[in-house]
Design a protein around this ligand. Sequence first.
Ligand code: BMA
Length: 308
Amino acid sequence: MSFKLKRISSVPVMKPDPLSLWENVNVFNPSVIHHNGLFHMHYRAEGADWVSRIGYAVSSDGVSWNRLREPVLIPENERESRGVQDPRITEIEGTFYMTYTAWAPYEKGEECVGGNIFPMIAKSKNLISWERIGPIEEYRNNKDHVLFPRKISGRFAALIRRKIPKPAISIAYSDDLLTWREEDMHPIFGVRPNNLWDNFSVGGNGVPVECDYGWLLFYHGTDENLVYRIGVALLEKRNPSVVIHRPLTPLLWPEEVWEVRGEVSNVVFSNANIRVENTLYVYYGACDHVIGLATCDFSDLVEFARTG
Ligand code: BMA
């Protein structure tokens, strides 16, 4: 059985703003939440200096957006100096948390097993001013991290993705969001060597969505040609490191011209899969250049995640 998300239009929902210095080249990989009847978007933006900043936009229908003129998160220290990327926002017990990737120059003299990216967390009460909490861990090529929307067994839980030793999506637990111990990290799944679309790399997408049967984990997979596609798996509610089902086929893949050709070709990369009533909205960066939106009926998607 296969299942496909439906694009709401054959054109992107957001493009770079030619009049704005910090977002006139690329806007992509947004987080979207639905709060107090409005859609709130935080998106990655690049101007000619090629540094990623995070902008904010608001919408009443999820399709037409009003943007703030200034970014809400900009690089603040050496470890962010090459950019702040790929936001994912979760509300937990009345506080908003943003996970994002900080990109730094290589730090000389350090034993650097996993590169120069840091899986950061920040918090906010109003979605506009953000206070940094810290990275989940250092020097492990860890990104695509996202918090679950509620505590699990009394602890904060996050999806993380390490490339070393092999690309795998894992779950990590913490009591305070500051300390993330190795013994509290458990693998969920890695690549499927014989499957066409997720045989090279995998990483988590937006905030996992709870349904009657467990957690829907949306994720991206790539093949050897680095084509990015979007898939889903169903995880156990009480212990999300247990996979209940993982359909073989993806939900969305590059097809439109703006998904096939761009800053980086053949990329649909999502940080936002939200349920509003019985519709699932999947926002995605296309070719690291523009933002698209595809939707589906939520119950149909749950059925596919269980049996597809
Ligand atoms: C990933 C991330 C994303 C990006 C994607 C495609 O590794 O860096 O931010 O959209 O590659 O270039």
